[in-house]
Design a protein around this ligand. Structure first.
Ligand code: HEM
Length: 146
């Protein structure tokens, strides 16, 4: 009887510890990354985004001397990392890279609009779009200098 009780206690303890371990496991924080379709999905969004940017007369001039292939790969890295994916952004920080570009709020908004179009084109759910935009929005103060 004693040993049955001991066994029951051990089982109960194991169950409690197991559920505690589950409760302590943080919720997956790569929801944006997954929602964008992982690395492949992000690369498609970024490629479409940059085509739209280059065709956008409001801002295309800023990109005329830019290595767009390199920019695409840095943006993909950045979105992947911001989305909680397995990437490490290897570019310059937002303030340093944009500080001499004299970017206005209007240009920033135009770029955000182009990103929205690219995400729509790729069927990204608006909940995911909003979460990515929420990560990008605070960068406005480092990007806009005019
Ligand atoms: C949240 C908004 C933005 C993000 C996340 C962003 C992100 C980036 C990234 C990752 C790079 C590459 C950094 C590197 O080369 O090390 C870059 C470069 C660049 N960005 Fe942005 N950017 C934003 C807004 C803008 C806006 C509004 C414009 C102009 C309309 C702009 C124009 C440029 C240009 C011209 C470069 C290339 C600079 C160079 O190679 O010297 N960016 N941006």
């Amino acid at each position: 009887m004693k040993s049955i009780l001991r066994h029951a206690m051990a089982v109960l303890l194991a169950v409690l510890m197991g559920s505690a371990a589950i409760a302590q496991t943080p919720a997956a924080n790569d929801a944006i990354y997954q929602g964008l379709g992982g690395k492949e999905g992000i690369r498609k969004v970024v490629d479409d985004f940059l085509v739209i940017v280059l065709a956008d007369a409001r801002i295309s001039e800023s990109f005329k001397d830019v290595d767009m292939e390199r920019l695409a790969s840095l943006l993909a890295e950045q979105f992947c990392q911001l989305g909680g994916g397995p990437c490490k952004y290897s570019g310059k920080d937002m303030k340093t890279i944009h500080e001499d570009l004299k970017i206005t709020n209007a240009a920033f908004n135009a770029l955000a609009e182009d990103l929205h179009i690219a995400m729509e084109k790729n069927g990204i759910p608006s909940s995911v779009q909003n979460k990515l935009v929420a990560k990008l929005a605070p960068m406005q103060r480092d990007v806009v200098t005019r």
